[in-house]
Structures are given as structure tokens and as C-alpha cells.
Design a protein around this ligand. Structure first.
Ligand code: ADE
Length: 237
């Protein structure tokens, strides 16, 4: 069933086995422009840009996920199920819940806790925590070590809501569930990988901290998350 409703590729070979997924289409373009050679754009439906190219002579794709679990749920499902993609690594930003994770620190999500209904509605999963792929995580840890980039390996919170009326709720989520940071996609991505027998991981760069109230600008976020990108790009095959 290709092309699919949200990805316009006619030949599966146009997409590599490993896809990096930033939320922002312009970040996908930045990665392709900055790090890849022999780049071919394979998707522009809804401006969700997707590119395949070579990194250090090895093939990899990068495609935006959009924001939130419904969005990454659609794109990651189509990539895994219909385009033979084996590995998806989300590379995104997150808000720190504790001063221990500082602006621009990189976090590898050991697992994602969520109050979202995504996994229950999609596949009847009753739990509230889903692991990333231990194999992909080990490869990312090895890459980070080789590059000399320190990473935190922690539980994260995948939230459906960016603006909460109870703005102090994160303190409770940190204490009760051990989540050190919040983003909005990993839980759905990890669930899709699980039900489809594929691999998913999530690397995050801290863009703001709810406890210290530090934050980066949109421009800094778009261009300066290169440490996380370099780690993930090492998965090119
Ligand atoms: N991504 C980056 N910062 C975030 C925050 N504060 N909440 C949810 N997702 C985020």
C-alpha cells in the first residue's frame, strides 16, 4: 500500500532502513544540508520533509515527525509498516524537570512514561511506561562515548499537553515517576515499534528547564543541537 496517505514515496528503496526523526521539518532540512551527501528529498506532503543521503559514506534518512503523539504516531507507523524501515531514532528537544539536566545536555530515553491514551487506543496496551530499544540504545551509547559527548540515560515524560493550567504538576511527575524531562512524542513511537516488531530510540537535547526557568531561543534550537545529531547519525549503515 504505497504511497501511503502521508508519505509520497513510490519505491521503498528511497527510504533507508534507519530514519532519524526531528519534530521540525526545518531541522530535518538542516540535518540533510549540513551532514549528508548525495541527498535526495523523498517527501514533502504537508511540508513534512524527508531526505535520504550518505553520512560518512553510509546511508541514512531523516524525516520530520511533526509535534505530538498523534503526528509521530502516523509517520512512524507508515515508515515501519509500509516502507520496511527497521529503526527510528527521534531526535528532539525537551524541557528539564530537574536542575541536574542543564540547557543543551543530551538525554537518551531509557523509557517513556505517559498519561496518554495513545498506546491503549492504538493497541490495547494498559501500561504507562514503554522502553526504547536496548540494542539501539547501546549503539547510541557507544557512539556518544566514541564522540566524547556526555549523555544522561533516564526516564522521560511524554506529554499530550504543552500548556498545563497546573504549571507545577511536573514536580509531582518527577517525584512519583522519576521522569527527568518532558517531550511529546517518544511514548507513541516506542509503542508503534513494539507492536510492529521494530526498533525505536529517543535522543533529546534540553531546550528549557521548568525548575530553573532557563530557555533557548527558537533559532538556537533549530541550529545548535548538533551533538545529538552527530550521535544519531552514527547509526547510518
Ligand atoms: N519540548 C521542549 N520543551 C518542552 C516542554 N517544556 N514541554 C513539552 N515538550 C517540550
Amino acid at each position: 500500500m504505497i504511497p501511503t496517505p502521508h508519505i509520497e514515496v513510490r519505491n521503498k528503496d528511497e527510504i533507508a532502513k534507519t530514519v532519524l526523526m526531528p519534530g521540525d521539518p526545518l531541522r530535518a532540512k538542516f540535518i540533510a544540508d549540513t551532514f549528508l551527501t548525495d541527498v535526495k528529498q523523498f517527501n514533502s506532503v504537508r511540508n513534512i520533509f524527508g531526505y535520504t543521503g550518505n553520512y560518512k559514506g553510509r546511508r541514512i534518512s531523516v524525516m520530520a515527525s511533526g509535534m505530538g503523539m498523534p503526528s509521530i504516531g502516523i509517520y512512524s507507523y507508515e515508515l515501519f509498516k509500509f516502507y520496511d524501515v527497521e529503526n527510528i531514532v527521534r531526535i528532539g528537544s525537551c524541557g528539564g524537570y530537574t536542575p541536574d539536566v542543564k540547557l543543551y545536555d543530551v538525554i537518551l530515553a531509557k523509557d517513556a512514561w505517559s498519561e496518554s491514551s495513545y498506546a491503549k487506543v492504538q493497541g490495547g496496551y494498559e501500561g504507562d511506561t514503554i522502553e526504547g530499544s536496548p540494542e539501539l540504545n547501546q549503539k547510541l551509547i557507544n557512539a556518544a562515548n566514541e564522540l566524547g559527548i556526555p549523555i544522561h540515560i533516564e526516564r522521560i515524560h511524554s506529554s499530550d499537553v504543552f500548556y498545563r493550567e497546573n504549571s507545577g504538576e511536573y514536580k509531582e511527575i518527577f517525584k512519583k515517576h522519576g521522569c527527568v524531562a518532558v517531550e511529546m512524542e517518544a511514548f507513541a513511537l516506542f509503542h508503534n515499534a513494539k507492536v510492529l516488531g521494530k526498533n525505536a530510540a529517543c535522543l533529546l537535547t534540553v531546550s528549557d528547564n521548568l525548575e530553573t526557568r532557563e530557555e533557548t531561543t527558537a533559532e538556537e534550537r533549530q541550529n545548535s543541537f548538533t551533538n545529538m545529531m552527530k550521535i544519531a547519525l552514527e547509526l547510518a549503515e
